[in-house]
Design a protein around this ligand. Sequence first.
Ligand SMILES: [Fe+2]
Length: 355
Amino acid sequence: MKESPSLLRFGVASDLHVTDWASAETFRRALRWFRDQGVDAVMVPGDLTDHGLLPQLENVARSWREVFPDDRAPDGRRVEKLFIYGNHDFEGLGYRDKWMDATFAVHGLSREEADGLQLRRIGLDKAWERCFGEPYAPIWRKRVKGFDFIGGHSAWQAPAGLADWFAANAASLDPGKPFFYIQHPHPKGTVYGARACGCDDGTAARVLSAFPNAVAITGHSHLPLTDDLAVWRGAFTSVAAASLSYGFWPETPERTERSRAAAVGFPGGVPFAQGLLVDVFADRIELRARDFARNEPLGVPQVLPCAASPTTRGRSATATSTTSPSSTRSIRRCPSASARTPTTASSSSMTATSS
Ligand SMILES: [Fe+2]
């Protein structure tokens, strides 16, 4: 196992969309790689499961325990879970169509049996505590090696009460170091700009714009980390987390059927499994994108200055425009999206709207 040279090192793997045990293998592969890099924590910004069912969440939790038993690395260090629910965890069973039925069948459940196993039927809090052995809170805060992480379980919007939460807790956030905010949808007007689908209504950007040291890490769009707009820096920093299960090619604002058909990672399509390794130093944050389908790095690390600066705290939001990533960045482009041929018409239409 490598020893991290940074103050804090964590992995990011979003949108797992786990169904059965076999479908979680990519997640376990990513966890093993993170473990071997000596991470202090692993973040999953939502869509842990595909259909929002208890057995699927249990497969996520069991995978975690297999790699990090008792939340520990092999050397005994604690490795923190930084997980949240996404829209599929809240309501994934409702997205069923022909393509989802094919993957759903692996559980051998009838419709009635599946209905009763929905996380929201069981209770999102009860299911969480049963699977992960930790208290559930709609907005949680964890501290890892002196750095704050704030997670908000969220489907299509920022978690309810986000502004109130920050109003109550802002004074305890150290303005001299970055903190990390996790929700499922991208903050509106940040990463991917107009090409991002399913952003929130702007709440997260309005709240975070008061914190130049805030780094939002979000999923949901399944867009690639190789896109120039996968990182946005304005009044705060916004980082996209892609997906560990399937991906979409950046869409046009019109979201044409042709662009939907460019989604990769479906049966017979192009493997897509991307994540991040994040290192935090005293003066910078380094992002390393990784392709977990091919087990290889994606481009070169992106280096961001730590935004913490009390003199700029409280400046107005600039989240209505998009900015290019740091000039230090040099990420290679993805291969042609035309390599994927959708197996069914329903596969492209469903996932483009429910990622
Ligand atoms: Fe997703």
